[in-house]
Design a protein around this ligand. Structure first.
Ligand code: F6R
Length: 364
């Protein structure tokens, strides 16, 4: 049932092009983007003046990506918060607040409690889950199913991708409702989003560079993941994936924070994984890479195909196809998943069943 793959994690990573296609299937009807399950009228969408994305773990990281998109496109102030914090801090929710609850399993205790809290306070709740009929689906006003299909490996990969793609659609719908996107712009973006399926296939077709970088880092005790903007959001997920399956201590930082503390950790050979794809903050990330390298760090850069310049700054370069910055979380997450898995395999870990973790967390 592993379909010829050595573990479920690798099988599920390879399913991601299909996840993109299935999540987008049937969404563009007669040239218009539709999420009919939203359970909200156009007027209700237009009135939304605040968004909270609530989730735990990897799903929370999908929320970090969504914040970038909703604020950039729809211009609605968006906060992302872990459910266990949100539920206990008396959050400010009004009838024009949209709470987006993201949960693969649809049964995470803290996320459910956050949904209930939000509804008691009169907010609209929209769920994003992978499990049909799950509590998150039942208790939300509307729901998008992520079409990842059953995920067996404890560490989430394809579900994360399904969440990011679904949240991207939601961001586009919000932008449209707010009059920030014309239908033509939405169609253009939708087409590029659909193209990421093929781009992921290209990443999966040759993973040599990822494996080489992983071998260089496998004996480290600690690693830092850095990036800015979208790259910072995805760094958090890269670090979580690595620590949970390989037990290598990894942290993520917005790259601009390096000088404010974490740079003190660096010494010869310390792995710094930098998301350095083309974006408005590319040059700033390069300076952060340089400051790390000056301190002896071993730099692994995830960069855009065709960027030869970066080879001067990094010990290892992992290329991803060129996409607009808004979609870079989709492409960049794939090599980071493979990087974490390659390190875990090299360290002899059980990648599908990491110690101390459970696939769904139904207790607080
Ligand atoms: C990490 C991972 C966990 C889950 C978290 C939330 O790979 O899978 O961090 O993302 O436990 O679970 P869901 O999404 O089911 O609410």
């Amino acid at each position: 049932e592993k379909g010829g793959y050595p573990d479920f994690m690798l099988k599920e990573i390879h399913e991601q092009p299909r996840v993109v296609r299935d999540t987008l299937a049937g969404r563009m009807v007669g040239g218009a983007l539709k999420i009919s399950e939203l359970g909200m009228s156009l007027e209700e969408l237009q009135l939304i003046d605040r968004v909270y994305v609530i989730a735990c773990g990897t799903s929370y990281h999908a929320g970090l990506v969504a914040k970038q998109l909703i604020e950039a496109w729809a211009r609605i102030p968006t906060e992302v918060e872990v459910a266990s914090e949100f539920r206990y801090r008396n959050p400010i929710i009004t009838p024009t607040t949209l709470v987006v609850a993201v949960s693969q399993s649809g049964e995470t205790a803290d996320t459910l409690a956050a949904i209930r809290e939000a509804r008691i306070k009169g907010g609209k709740v929209f769920g994003i889950t992978n499990v049909i009929g799950s509590p998150v689906a039942r208790e939300s006003d509307g729901v998008i199913y992520t079409k990842a299909n059953k995920e067996i490996a404890v560490a989430s990969t394809k579900s994360f991708l399904g969440q990011v793609v679904s949240l991207t659609l939601l961001s586009m719908v919000l932008a449209q409702a707010k009059g920030k996107f014309t239908q033509a712009q939405t169609r253009l973006l939708f087409g590029e989003l659909a193209d990421t399926a093929e781009q992921i296939e290209r990443i999966l077709a040759d993973t040599t560079a990822i494996e080489e970088a992983a071998l260089a880092c496998k004996d480290a005790n600690d690693a830092l993941f850095i990036g800015r903007g979208m790259g910072s959001a995805i760094s958090y997920e890269g670090a979580l994936k690595l620590k949970e399956i390989s037990y290598l201590h990894a942290e993520a930082y917005a790259a601009g924070e390096m000088k404010h503390g974490p740079i003190a950790l660096l010494s010869k050979g310390f792995p710094v994984i930098a998301v350095a794809t083309q974006s408005p903050v590319y040059d700033k990330v390069i300076s952060n890479i340089q400051e790390s390298r000056t301190r002896g760090a071993l730099v692994v850069a995830v960069a855009t195909e065709g960027d030869e310049e970066i080879r001067k700054h990094a010990d290892y370069v992992i290329y991803v196809p060129r996409v607009r910055d808004a979609f870079s979380a989709i492409t960049v997450s794939v090599p980071l998943q493979l990087f974490a898995r390659a390190i875990a395999v090299a360290r002899g870990c059980d990648v599908d069943q990491p110690r101390n973790l459970a696939k769904s967390v139904t207790v607080e």
